[in-house]
Design a protein around this ligand. Sequence first.
Ligand code: PEP
Length: 252
Amino acid sequence: MRKNIVAGNWKMNKNLTEAKELIKEIKKGLKKEKVKGKRVIIAPSFVNLNSAVKKTKKSVIEVAAQNMHEAKNGAFTGEVSANMLTDLGVKTVILGHSERRSFFGETNQMLAQKVDAALANNLEIIFCFGEQLEDRKGGKHFDVVETQLKESLFHLLKENFTNIILAYEPVWAIGTGETATPEQAQEMHAFIREVLVKEYTKEMAEEVSILYGGSVKPDNAKEIFSKQDVDGGLIGGASLKSADFLAIIDAI
Ligand code: PEP
């Protein structure tokens, strides 16, 4: 069901000691009434997931992985499978982050396989997508986004989308300090919902949570989250400081 969600993508930051400390601070700052009706998700690195699941057990904080391999198991040195994540108690995985696409060559087709493997293992997915700066400058951003969704997700049944959170992240706004304006975010989110209506149904499109990601900070979160089709945020840099992350959670 469509929910307000704030998810922190810690990327390759925080060793075990630092991760424990950050979780402690977030837990301390999250008073029950602050998070009523919201979901709070953190995505530490693989090596800290086990500890994160244990440390958040009695809290509202949920733990996600940042990636996974599509194969069940086998000779894939350095990779982690869906089952390894679920066995730890991880319930959600981020797939398709722009850094995975650009630094590790993940394509829409590869992501379709990862999506299938995650769903087959009952993992919820935060599916990231978004255009490059030249796409936007060339007026191709809607086409690029539609193609990313089509090639990685539209082989799925509408029922599968109960386990999918969409995260629109214009690449030019990730880690750059540059944010899409609230109007640009709303325009794209409304477009995404229209694409879902066209491909599936209106009812289904209304139920999918669509997050915005790209330099969300405490001082711009409220305005971005106030937009009708923005259901929360995927937060990079600002999720690494408890005060900033808590302020963003407060803003939704
Ligand atoms: C991200 O990496 O998903 C992200 C949105 O990063 P930042 O908030 O730092 O732009």
